[in-house]
Design a protein around this ligand. Sequence first.
Ligand SMILES: N[C@@H](CCC(=O)N[C@@H](CS)C(=O)NCC(=O)O)C(=O)O
Length: 217
Amino acid sequence: MAEFTIYIGNKNYSSWSLRAWLMLKQTGAAFAEEVIPLSDANTRASILRHSPSGKVPALRHGDQVIWESLAIGEYLAEIFPDARLWPASAKARAAARAVSLEMHAGFAALRSHLPMNLRSSFPNRGVTPDAQADINRIAAAWRDCRKRFGEGGDFLFGHATIADAMYAPVVSRLRTYKIALDEEAQRYADQLWTLPAMQEWAAAARNEPMIIERFEF
Ligand SMILES: N[C@@H](CCC(=O)N[C@@H](CS)C(=O)NCC(=O)O)C(=O)O
């Protein structure tokens, strides 16, 4: 049995799963993954076999289960310090945690009106004023992190961190819904999209047979 197993939802639709999976990839550790199809009659029971919250992602490490995407990131950052999942300086780390928590707790309009559907294309659908305000705030946060902490790399804090993983589903949504960004924010979004782990996930998402009708417009 693999040392680490991550339980995730459909790669095409499950934004929280993508975040934790990218964090785990960033560690370089070998792991097994199990995709639990969402929106099936058996989904809840299947997830509850692995995750006490009834939600994915969940990470099993030996006899320990960690659920909640950010808790998974924090655990991985502690046991894999060399993966540099958080930035090294206290100030950068505080900013990285703030933007990660902002994503975890907020942007409800973006999340509800523009659900992740990696392989599809719905130009400008769902871009309500509230969703656009979320997008504007995200682009501003990206520009600010890049300006203050991004030197030495292409990501929000230079090298790839948990903060980038938290925003990976946003980058997928921006592509699906064809949202225009300013040049700087777009450059960052393009970098995140071309991350090899992101591309590996995207290729798997495109090949997934499962369809969730309510996310197909
Ligand atoms: N706050 C949780 C959110 C997890 C979440 O909402 N996961 C969704 C899939 S993206 C889920 O498991 N839904 C259960 C279901 O659809 O039955 C986290 O950060 O991990």
